[in-house]
Design a protein around this ligand. Structure first.
Ligand code: ZN
Length: 202
């Protein structure tokens, strides 16, 4: 199933980048790579994991493998988001729907500081673009139905958790989703999660 997620940022939004001067990176990659959104969701759900779900809480591939061996199976968070050495890339993908080129941007000029000397690096002045506060970015989540409803719920819980966490470089965001219960059959728990996500929180 597919559904749309609307993300509103309260502070300037930058996620990717750090590669100033390169022009061969699309703005999508520079500002919002889908993998970064997934990464932030994953971090957020580990902070606010619902009781009946498991997470190995590991990041390094060897530790994940080790922990899953202990558990006797992959943890729920890894099943949803994917994990190393798995043929499975997780239960969902994300596309950016909004044409980011058309959003208002702010440009920051920064000075690169040398870690050792704490002085400005010669020629270290660079500018970086970010999406202006109060913008709305629409993304589309494609959920693999074979992952079943329990995983879909964990995905929605991850979106809820993301509201309380940060996206990218400390951007404060809010988000809402389209009402999937109008299109799909939802049980009581699902209705509750969807209702909670139907409007912006802040
Ligand atoms: Zn795991």
């Amino acid at each position: 199933m597919r559904f749309k997620v609307f993300i509103k940022n309260y502070t300037a939004l930058t996620i990717g980048g750090g590669a100033e001067g390169r022009t061969d990176i699309s703005l999508n990659d520079l500002i919002i790579p889908p993998s970064s959104i997934k990464g932030s969701m994953r971090t957020a759900i580990n902070k606010f994991l619902p009781q009946n779900y498991t997470s190995c809480g590991k990041i390094r591939p060897e530790e994940i493998t080790e922990k899953h061996k202990e558990l006797g199976k992959p943890c729920d968070v890894c099943l949803l988001f994917g994990y190393p050495k798995s043929r499975d890339i997780g239960c969902f993908t994300i596309n950016i729907v909004t044409d980011l080129e058309k959003l208002d941007k702010v440009s920051f000029t920064r000075v690169a500081i040398d870690d050792k000397t704490q002085k400005a690096v010669e020629g270290g002045l660079f500018s970086q673009e970010a999406i202006s506060p109060e913008s709305e970015v629409v993304i589309e989540v494609n959920f693999r139905d074979s992952c079943r409803e329990r995983m879909l719920k964990l995905l929605l819980y991850s979106l809820s958790a993301l509201r309380l966490w940060r996206l990218g470089r400390n951007a404060m965001i809010d988000l809402k989703i389209e009402n999937i219960c109008e299109k799909y059959k939802c049980d009581e728990e699902m209705k509750k999660i969807v209702t909670n996500l139907e409007n912006y929180l802040w």
